[in-house]
Each structure stands twice: as C-alpha cells, then as structure tokens.
Design a protein around this ligand. Structure first.
Ligand SMILES: [Zn+2]
Length: 266
C-alpha cells in the first residue's frame, strides 16, 4: 500500500459516448448494469442545456420554482412563465452491438430503414464493398421514465420456466423509434434467445455517477442570468486552476448535445 494515494491524472480522458436513438435505425444493445441510476435535471431553454438538479434544499431553480408556485396559486407549473421543471433521467451502460459499416476514415454508418447507404453522406466514402460488423462500443443509454419503464416491464416479463426474471443484462434488446423530437416514440423488443455471455472489461464502462453537468448554486444563478457555460468554466479555471479543464469542456459539450437530443423523452 502506498504512503500517499496520489490520484492517477495521466489516464487519457475518455469522451462519453451516448446511445443516439433515431427513427428508422433499430439499435441492438446489451445492457451491462444490474440497475439503472437515476438523476434529476433541469433543462434551461434560454441556454439549451441540461444541468443536474442539486436537490430541492440547495437548488436555486427548485427554490425559484416553489416561489413561482406560491405567487401563482391555482396555476399549473407549465402555465407559469419561468418555471423550469425537474426531469427524471435514467442511465445505464450498454454495449451497442448494432451492425454498422466503418468507413476507411473510421466514420460509423448505420443502416436506415433496413438498408445501408451506398456512400457516406458527408465524406462520400463508398460503402458497398465494406462489410457490416457489430459496432461493439460501450455507450451510455440516458432517457426518461418512458423508456426505462419499458425496460422494467421487460425485466419482469422475460423469465425462466420457474418465473424468475433472467435479468436485463443477460440478453440483447432492440430499441426502435418513430417520429422525432417531442413526437418520438421508442419501443424495446427483447431477444431472450440472443443470450451469449459477453465479457466487457470494467474499465470500458462509464462511471455513471460522474456524468452530467454539475454546477454550484452560484454558477446556476449565473447560467440563468445568461452567462455561458464556457465562461462559467473559464471562471472556475481562473479560480482553481483546474488542470483537466479541457477534458471537462469536452465532456460538457458531449453532454449538452445528448441532453438536447433526448430531453423530450419524459
Ligand atoms: Zn432543482
């Protein structure tokens, strides 16, 4: 055992890869965790980003919401201007096993409506000669209660002969979607027969508890006043000389992207 535990800061930063659900592109995934984790977030429309709620006691947004409720008796939250609801979000590590084509420049191409395009839409790389293969990337599936309630049902419904649930991490599922944005509906199809054992190294999984944008109450107030997330992190850097700031920024921009894409699922 070492005398002083020095955290290893040399490990390369790993960008968070999120499952991207698109209509017409069925995704085959294997859930890797025994349990999903739950967080609450606020989506700030003026900034187009989602941040973690700090809990009703300390979160300035929740406090502002309660104040707005008191000042507007009889109105529903959604009728009150400036009310920023708290959203329930759930996350789980999955292995994305969807058949994809990888272009020479390592772009991932999914089949859409059952067929691969003949070439990559942006780079023009030809795809016809390239064979499809499972993507095999560990990704984070983050969605709202609708999709995760479906996963609960499947977990309860897929059992052995004695009625014991097999466990969602024991077989593949396909996620399909129709529509987009607010009108997107997702559906999950279990494949209990596709149940070969997978070995995914622990270090390939994300520490879900560390994902999401966590700001201090003061930083949240700045954000609400219109200060950009970039400036907030810049201020942090000046104040604390955070060495890994660029990492944080990368992570944040990814999170922002994912949050905007999936925020309508609640
Ligand atoms: Zn809150």
């Amino acid at each position: 055992m070492s005398f002083a535990d020095i955290p290893d800061t040399t490990t390369e930063y790993k960008r968070t890869e999120y499952v991207k659900i698109t209509a017409g592109v069925p995704l085959k995934v294997r859930i890797l965790d025994k349990k999903a984790i739950h967080v609450t977030k606020h989506y700030i429309p003026s900034q187009r980003i989602s941040i973690l709620c700090l809990g009703e006691e300390v979160c300035p947004i929740c406090q502002s919401n309660s104040k707005l409720m008191r000042e507007n008796p009889g109105l529903q939250p959604r009728q009150i201007k400036g009310f920023i609801p708290r959203q329930n979000r759930y996350m789980v590590n999955v292995l994305n096993r969807t058949m994809v084509k990888l272009t020479p420049s390592e772009n991932v191409v999914y089949a859409s409506s059952g067929a691969f395009p003949s070439h990559h839409a942006d780079t023009g790389e030809l795809l016809l000669e390239i064979e499809a293969q499972p993507l095999n990337h560990v990704q984070v599936l983050e969605r709202g209660p609708t999709l995760f309630a479906q996963l609960n049902s499947i977990n309860d419904a897929v059992t052995d002969e004695a009625g014991n649930p097999l466990g969602l991490d024991k077989f593949d599922v396909t996620i399909t979607a129709t529509g987009s944005g607010r009108r997107m509906t997702t559906n999950i199809i279990p494949h209990p027969d596709q149940n070969e054992e997978l070995t995914v190294p622990d270090e390939d999984r994300y520490t879900l508890e560390t994902l999401g944008i966590q700001l201090t109450p003061d930083e949240i107030l700045s954000l609400l006043r219109g200060v950009s997330l970039r400036d907030i992190f810049e201020t942090r850097r000046v104040g604390e000389e955070i060495e890994t700031l660029t990492d944080t920024e990368g992570k944040v921009s990814e999170d922002v992207k994912e949050n905007i894409e999936s925020l309508f699922d609640n």
